[in-house]
Ligand binder design. Structure first.
Ligand SMILES: *[C@@H]1O[C@H](CO)[C@@H](O)[C@H](O)[C@H]1NC(C)=O
Ligand SMILES: *[C@@H]1O[C@H](CO)[C@@H](O)[C@H](O)[C@H]1NC(C)=O
Ligand SMILES: *[C@@H]1O[C@H](CO)[C@@H](O)[C@H](O)[C@H]1NC(C)=O
Ligand SMILES: [Ca+2]
Ligand SMILES: [Ca+2]
Length: 709
């Protein structure tokens, strides 16, 4: 049933992020967009007009009988909120083309521009030009690209895939409205056999993989355009919207995968001619029929989908689809229970830039909290010696509320005792003017003054290049834990300290010391009646490959519970999904001695195995000098966003939003461009959901609004 996995994505459309500098928005994302399911499943109660289900060699596909409008849809329905076709993508298709196919053009699919829009004809060259492209595979295949002047036939064509003279052609509108052709010769496709093709278009090369065999590659003289405008365009499946050019073969799979080469997602395969990324549920496996290879059977498809109120799923109904109009859900009977294929519910649709907040300097951390009578506030740890600041959420976004002088602030943490609100800042002592001799620095606790409506200094605590504070309550006592990163310039293996609030002296006092190595983060969490504290150990002076330690509270103190190998661990985030408990670490880089640093490494999600009483590896996610993870839920869906800060060359890179997909774990769904990303925080206000990120390399923070539908 693996073919079903991607079906729920098909209504989600493509993710987009706006960049402030461009008017046209590029379509981004990497979710497979199942174009065939999109037309076939819009009304799961019956087969759309213009197609018939057919079976060949015991495998189902559709045959096109007319270019019905039901086989066409606006591109904006799946390429949501963007104007430019993805500049990199792949197309996965499974089809069967008869060896007696007519010589004329037959379109597997096309993307056509709006009617009546004149085509730019400013390109003077009108004659047919042809130039051979070198084949880097050195095999017999030839690839050829021709430039044809746009004319009536091609005028509206933006992009398409067609068979012509038994050869596969990929066409797109190049500069000046000139249609570019890439022709893939030497591949035997029109032989009445099923074939699965992956056409992968990258910035500098194009690759066609047939049945998971070694690919045919071409390096086009002009790369696929990054500015292919698709505004007002429509996809046509099996045609270009006209009778002329209707595809006469059988089509079983047609998936557009923006952003990446999907070859490795389906290859190698045990059944390469039918390798599946996403196949419409209607085509799902049938009982063996023993039908003759060449014989084509027509099937009654109506019986496969039933519409109406719930009935029980039994062995007889195995493979049956059921559409429930009340829930707008599509379900598949697996022989005992109905499995959800599609269900209409609140889902993350896209991410919009909401506010660019200019700050006095670069920012290492954002802490969000509510102050009664004031609303949502954000404390930001700014790098500059002029200090940090607290911001207040208003109708237009965050606005500076109070300047607070800090000294190399790296993190803020809020907590409350009774009805009083406090903030503690970790001052790393970036400015050594004040404490040259002692090499110690002081972190400061502030208290919210209701009368003065501002934070006022409350207590100072000596710390050593403090990186993080954590606050928590155990048995009605309030504790603070500081992550002391290093003492002096070299000594990283030092004590981090747990403080406890003393009600009599009205101050925090040392409760327990725990030895840490370049401590970067503390995370407190509870599981049932147990209290845990986990430290991110980043560096011991020699290597970043160190044990980070999970402690558990026993008899009034923390004791080691488990050690986990990490690589410059910078953050731990605990989260729960249903009754499952997870911990994810952000690994910054691998470094040993004088060797080079590796920034592209895995960060790992661990799951608590209740019976073994241990956290065990659940999923590795490749990150780029990750410095923060943030977990949040929207409706029924769960997400993780990572702060990728550096890839070894640049601080400008995407932070990635992952969505929980059950047994597949977390899969990437949004790419958010960031600069030196240092922190992500999720928050809700006035019924809307937002993410904010801070930059350690630019004096700005950005708020994104999460649009759901
Ligand atoms: C905070 O400090 C900046 C200068 O760094 C100043 O421009 C601003 O007016 C101050 N704002 C408040 C609310 O004190
Ligand atoms: C590092 O600092 C700790 C605590 O101050 C001290 O006990 C230890 O000896 C120091 N190590 C080195 C190598 O200086
Ligand atoms: C990340 O982990 C995966 C699976 O655990 C592994 O295949 C891959 O090589 C790792 N990547 C890096 C960059 O370490
Ligand atoms: Ca954390
Ligand atoms: Ca965070």
């Amino acid at each position: 049933m693996s073919t079903l996995i991607f079906v729920p994505f098909l209504l989600l459309g493509l993710r987009v992020t706006e960049t402030a500098t461009e008017t046209w928005r590029q379509c981004t994302g990497s979710l497979p967009l199942d174009l065939l399911s999109f037309v076939l499943e819009r009304d799961p109660s019956k087969l759309v007009p213009g197609v018939h289900m057919k079976q060949a060699s015991g495998v189902r596909g559709i045959h096109f009988s007319s270019p019905d409008t039901a086989l066409s849809f606006p591109s904006s329905q799946i390429l949501v909120n963007c104007d430019l076709f993805p500049k990199e993508f792949s197309i996965v298709l499974t089809l069967k083309v008869t060896d007696s196919a007519p010589k004329g053009n037959e379109y597997v699919f096309s993307l056509m521009g709006p009617k009546g829009r004149p085509v730019d004809q400013n390109d003077g060259g009108g004659s047919l030009k042809s130039n051979k492209e070198p084949s880097i595979t050195g095999e017999e295949q030839h690839s050829q690209k021709t430039r044809v002047k746009s004319n009536g036939e091609h005028g509206r064509l933006i992009l398409g895939l067609k068979f012509s003279g038994k050869r596969l052609h990929f066409l797109y509108k190049g500069h000046g409205g000139v249609v570019e052709h890439w022709v893939f010769r030497g591949t035997q496709l029109a032989d009445s056999q099923w074939h699965t093709l992956v056409l992968a278009v990258g910035s500098h090369h194009v690759k066609l993989t047939v049945d998971c065999s070694p690919p045919v590659e071409i390096i086009p003289s002009r790369p696929f355009p990054s500015d292919l405008n698709i505004q007002g365009s429509r996809f046509h499946i099996g045609s270009r919207g006209l009778w002329k050019g209707l595809f006469s073969g059988l089509l079983r799979q047609l998936v557009l995968v923006p952003g990446l080469d999907a070859t490795h997602q389906i290859c190698p395969s045990s059944d390469p001619q039918l390798a599946a990324l996403s196949v419409p549920p209607l085509f799902l496996d049938l009982p063996a029929t023993g039908a003759d290879d060449r014989h084509v059977n027509t099937y009654e498809t109506e019986a496969r989908v039933s519409v109406g109120l719930e009935k029980s799923c039994s062995e007889q109904l195995q493979g049956q689809l059921w559409f429930n109009p009340l829930k707008k859900g599509l379900y598949l009977c697996d022989g005992t229970v109905w499995i959800t294929v599609l269900e209409d519910r609140k889902r993350l649709d896209y991410v919009l830039e909401h506010q660019v907040l200019t700050t006095s300097s670069e920012t290492h951390d954002i802490e969000l909290f509510q102050v009664p009578g004031m609303g949502l506030m954000a404390a930001m740890a700014h790098r500059s010696t002029s200090g940090s600041a607290v911001y207040l959420w208003t109708k237009t976004g965050f606005q500076l509320y109070q300047n607070i002088s800090t000294n190399g602030a790296l993190a803020w943490r809020h907590f409350s005792m009774g009805n009083k609100i406090y903030l503690v800042v970790s001052n790393s002592g970036g400015d050594r003017r004040f404490n040259k001799e002692s090499e110690a620095d002081f972190s400061v606790i502030y208290k919210w003054s209701k009368r003065r409506k501002r934070f006022v200094q409350f207590q100072t605590l000596q710390t050593h290049c403090a990186r993080d504070w954590e606050a928590f309550n155990i048995d009605e006592h309030t504790y603070l834990a500081v992550a002391n990163h290093r003492q002096g310039d070299k000594n990283h293996t030092i004590d981090s300290v747990i403080y406890r609030w003393n009600r009599l002296s009205k101050s925090f006092e040392v409760h327990q010391m725990l030895q840490t190595s370049g401590a970067y983060d503390w995370e407190f969490f509870t599981v049932g009646p147990y209290y845990f504290l986990v430290v991110a150990n980043a560096f011991d002076g020699v290597t970043t490959s160190l044990d980070s330690v999970i402690y558990v509270w026993v008899n009034g103190n923390f004791q080691v519970f488990q050690k986990i190998k990490t690589f410059c661990a910078t953050d731990w985030e605990m989260f729960q999904i249903d009754s499952r408990v997870f911990l994810v670490v952000a690994n910054g880089h691998r470094l040993h001695g004088n060797g080079p640093s590796q920034y592209t490494i895995n960060s790992t999600i661990y799951e608590l195995d209740m019976s073994a009483q241990l956290f065990v590896r659940f999923q590795d996610i490749v990150t780029y000098s990750a410095v923060d993870w943030e977990f949040f839920s929207l409706g029924q869906e769960h997400f993780l966003v990572v702060a990728n800060s550096f890839n070894g060359e640049s601080y400008s890179l995407n932070s990635i939003l992952y969505r929980w997909q059950g047994y597949e774990g977390f899969v990437p769904v949004h790419w958010l461009p960031t600069i030196g990303c240092s922190d992500w925080e999720f928050f809700s206000a006035e019924g809307e959901s937002y993410l904010i990120y801070s930059s350690a390399k630019a004096p700005l923070s950005k708020v994104f609004m999460l649009k759901t539908y």
